[in-house]
Design a protein around this ligand. Structure first.
Ligand SMILES: NC(=O)c1ccc[n+]([C@@H]2O[C@H](COP(=O)([O-])OP(=O)(O)OC[C@H]3O[C@@H](n4cnc5c(N)ncnc54)[C@H](OP(=O)(O)O)[C@@H]3O)[C@@H](O)[C@H]2O)c1
Length: 300
């Protein structure tokens, strides 16, 4: 049974923000959207979202303001710009940043939001566009317990599981940590498959074997068929998580590691390989293209 509709703004309707907006509209919430590239709000407007004139307008008209943005620079522009989310009267409102960024970015953002009399929690997520549309993300939440409780009905509409792991910054650390083995895995899978060159097994069967053994993470159960198709020369469309976004995440992890004084040689190597992939022209392609790319490149 649907609870009270909430007044929610989503600033940043890229792939993930748009999918979350669709989900919240389907749950009958009052959704306002704003995106730097206006074109990306058109389909949402047709589905019943109000399109705000500016981020400031989006924030003042809602009780909950979700942001789902590329990186720290995007957060800076969206929140602190002249017509940004914090430019108007936002006292008492709850901001939820779901972008994948470093913990110190979330802590600084929380301080700016608090200075305006509002509150912020972070909730970076695991899961891609499909789970976002279906309300099946995994939320890694950082923030004050009372703010997290206030956001819980909304988070429950977006996530299959919500884990409150500590104060603001803790969710960002958790999300970066979760993504690390996953992102390194794409390269590991490419290298593993290069050992299978002499085996005459259909790619779909090969990937299915990986996914049913310790050779495969959870991701393979969902993305395995797409990876198998790339091994047969198909392109993964639509793109849900591209190679450039993986590189951004890996760079973010390495910056955080450096600030913590820890060494991450595998992560650094993975980033170098994906930088090569981007130089070879697949930066905007889906992550699932990487193992097939490595098999082609590795044979040169
Ligand atoms: N895709 C996934 O599967 C996935 C899964 C989990 C987490 N994430 C994380 O979610 C975040 C968004 O990912 P996405 O896949 O939705 O990326 P995306 O489709 O590229 O969307 C990025 C959004 O950020 C906005 N943006 C970027 N720079 C900006 C700026 N300077 N000022 C204002 N807006 C700016 C973009 O606006 P424009 O449209 O105008 O460019 C767009 O709305 C990232 O932090 C990513 O790491 C992604």
């Amino acid at each position: 049974m649907m609870e009270e509709p909430l007044k929610i703004a989503i600033a940043g309707t890229g792939r993930m923000g748009a999918a979350m907006a669709e989900r919240l509209l389907a749950r009958a919430h009052e959704v306002t959207v704003w995106n730097r590239t206006p074109q990306k709000t058109k389909a949402l407007a047709a589905s019943g979202a109000r399109v705000a004139a500016t981020p400031r307008d989006a924030a003042t008209g809602a009780d909950f303001i979700i942001t789902m943005l590329t990186d720290a620079a995007a957060i800076e522009a969206m929140y602190r710009g002249a017509d940004g989310l914090l430019a108007g009267e936002v006292r008492g409102k709850l901001f939820i940043d779901m972008s994948t960024v470093r913990p110190h970015v979330e802590k600084a953002l929380s301080a700016s939001v608090t200075a305006k009399g509002a509150a912020l929690i972070e909730c970076p997520v695991g899961g891609t566009v499909g789970p976002a549309r279906e309300g099946k993300l995994f939320g890694f939440v950082g923030g004050e317990a009372s703010d997290v409780e206030r956001a819980r009905p909304l988070l429950n509409d977006l996530c299959r599981r919500v884990e409150h792991v500590g104060p603001v910054g803790a969710g960002a650390s958790m999300k970066l940590a979760i993504n690390l083995p996953l992102l390194v895995y794409y390269q590991a899978l490419g290298e593993a498959l290069s050992l299978c060159r002499t085996i005459d097994v259909d790619p779909a069967r090969l990937i299915d074997i990986f996914s049913d053994t310790s050779g495969g993470p959870n991701m393979l159960k969902v993305r395995g068929p797409a990876i198998a198709a790339t091994l047969q020369g198909k392109e993964t469309t639509p793109v849900t998580f591209d190679v450039n976004l993986m590189r951004k995440d890996l760079r973010t992890m390495l910056e955080e590691a450096s600030a913590l004084g820890v060494n991450m040689p595998l992560t650094a190597q993975a980033l170098e390989r994906y930088d090569d992939a981007a130089r070879d022209g697949i930066g905007a392609s889906d992550a699932t293209m990487l193992p097939a790319y490595w098999l082609r490149r590795g044979s040169i």
